[in-house]
Design a protein around this ligand. Structure first.
Ligand code: TTP
Ligand code: MG
Length: 359
């Protein structure tokens, strides 16, 4: 199945936070970083970029380029705080969030029901609502293209790159847009007449391998829209669940059962995909009067089977008294074991016994 990958990157992050915290700075060339003459620019607002100022530029040069710039020291604690607020929005959508830096992340939203563009707009709206800042969002079917897309209309950009656009959309781009091609390699390639991805596509695979070493294959694939790298969540997944608000409140257990069955199948798929099994199963209901109740059961053996999850969920449902209409029902699994780890332990066990001639 085609993946839905999103890359998000805040615009002029440190400078944007400064402008938001002090509205007098809005629309002005704000330059954040070391202010001594030996300091360097961390980042600057897009107004300052017009003067040629950029990240990592020595501050004294930035002062020459933009004499009326407003130079501010960094406030890391504050940026971290805002970053957390923003990442919370991503985690509300999916656990598959791979942070790349304080203001940048990949999200794998393949399993999120809404289409990727709607999710991207949702992210932009929520980031603006909660932090007053703009974010650029790129959507595609792999990491390389999603990152390229988030950079497409920066600042405040949104861009989708679909499979049928590739490779034509890539051809005119500069080779410096290709992840893995640094300034030095780009210069060398320029010298032999390679400036665009289109030029690069004319080089045979072996040539790229000779030129870049083992990354040559990756570069060869990337510019053809191939990138199988997965989004690697850095936060441990604590639970996997599904819930839904019903179209109409109901007291009919058969309807609730049907939802639990669907949820069980979905959850089992997610557990399988991530090589997880769960021991605790929880049902959540919200009643017509907006009261929320949860009830859990912990089983003896870890499971990732839809039937078993459904079976336990039914057991829990049967113990819940339904005195008024239900408006929301949810099913969550938690208390995970890593099946991969278990397999490894099992393998080690066999290896151990084998070495000792026990089996
Ligand atoms: P970036 O996302 O690279 O830059 P940005 O958010 O300021 O601007 P944009 O994404 O719109 O191009 O980096 C995020 C923050 O990391 C940036 O606001 C400041 C900090 N940073 C440094 O301190 N030094 C650097 O050299 C870079 C590149 C970033
Ligand atoms: Mg950024």
């Amino acid at each position: 199945m085609e993946r839905k990958i999103i890359h998000v990157d805040m615009d002029a992050f440190f400078a944007a936070v400064e402008q938001r915290d002090n509205p007098k700075l809005k629309g002005k060339p704000v330059i954040v970083g070391g202010r001594s003459d030996r300091g360097v620019v961390a980042t600057c607002s897009y107004e300052a970029r017009k003067y040629g100022v950029h990240s990592a530029m020595p501050t004294f040069i930035a002062k020459q380029k933009c004499p009326n710039g407003i130079f501010l020291p960094t406030r890391h604690k504050r940026y971290k705080e805002v970053s957390r607020e923003i990442f919370e929005i991503f985690y509300e959508l999916t656990d598959l969030v791979e942070p790349l830096s304080i203001d940048e992340a990949y999200l794998d939203v393949t399993e999120v029901k809404e289409n990727a563009l709607d999710i991207a707009w949702h992210i932009k709206r929520e980031v603006m609502k909660r932090s007053g800042l703009t974010i650029s969002v790129g959507i595609s079917y792999n990491k390389f293209l999603a990152k390229l897309a988030s950079d497409w209309n920066k600042p405040n950009g949104i861009k989708i790159i679909t499979q049928n656009m590739v490779p034509d959309i890539l051809r005119p781009l500069s080779i410096s847009k290709v992840y893995g091609i640094g300034k030095k390699s780009a210069n060398k390639l320029n010298k032999i007449g390679i400036f665009t991805i289109d030029d690069l596509m004319k080089l045979p695979k072996q040539y790229l391998i000779d030129f870049f070493g083992k990354y040559g294959i990756e570069i060869y694939d990337r510019i053809r829209g191939i990138d199988t790298r997965e989004v690697k969540p850095s936060r441990e997944i604590k639970s996997i669940g599904r819930e839904t608000t019903l179209k109409e409140d109901t007291m009919d257990r058969e309807i609730l059962k049907k939802f639990l069955l669907d949820f069980s199948k979905d959850i089992s798929g997610s557990l399988n995909k991530r090589n997880l099994s769960a021991k605790t199963i929880t049902i959540k209901i919200k009643t017509s009067s907006f009261e929320t109740h949860t009830k859990s059961k912990t089983i003896l053996q870890y499971t990732d089977s839809a039937e078993e999850i459904f079976h336990v969920a039914l057991d829990i449902l049967n113990q819940i008294e339904i005195g008024e209409g239900i408006r929301l029902i949810g099913l969550t699994t938690s208390n995970f074991s890593d099946s991969e780890l278990e397999q490894l332990t099992f393998f080690n066990y066999i290896a151990f016994n084998y070495m000792h001639n026990i089996i």
